[in-house]
Design a protein around this ligand. Structure first.
Ligand SMILES: [Zn+2]
Length: 113
């Protein structure tokens, strides 16, 4: 289960952050999940809530910040929304496009006390 291992890594990250900052518990964590990360945001949220019992993250809130993917075509110099990682420019049909955004999966913000 991919989402479960991601949820557990997020809990590890927030717990070590809380410990480093001398905090007793985690209040919330905000996670950026890109459209193209291949991760099911709802699944991560579910697994996080199911796995945080007994950790410093118990009872904390996980906020998923979904990031809309963006691709860039250097030939027509346009930005577009790619449906998947292997992108073709919708205008010139070039395959030389770059994904500029949407693959991220990272903890953006944590609140502890
Ligand atoms: Zn193009």
């Amino acid at each position: 289960m991919h989402e479960m291992s991601i949820a557990i890594s997020i809990i590890d990250i927030v717990e070590s952050y809380a410990k480093e900052n001398g905090a007793g518990k985690v209040l919330s964590v905000t996670v950026d999940i890109g459209d193209l990360s291949g991760v099911d945001a709802e699944g991560v949220k579910f697994c996080y809530e199911a796995s945080c019992a007994g950790s410093l993250a118990q009872g904390s809130e996980i906020v998923i910040n979904k990031i809309t993917a963006a691709g860039w075509c250097p030939i027509c110099e346009t930005e577009f929304r790619p449906p998947h990682k292997f992108v073709m420019c919708p205008d010139c049909e070039s395959f030389g496009c770059k994904i500029i955004c949407g693959e991220q999966l990272e903890v953006r913000e944590m609140k502890v006390e």
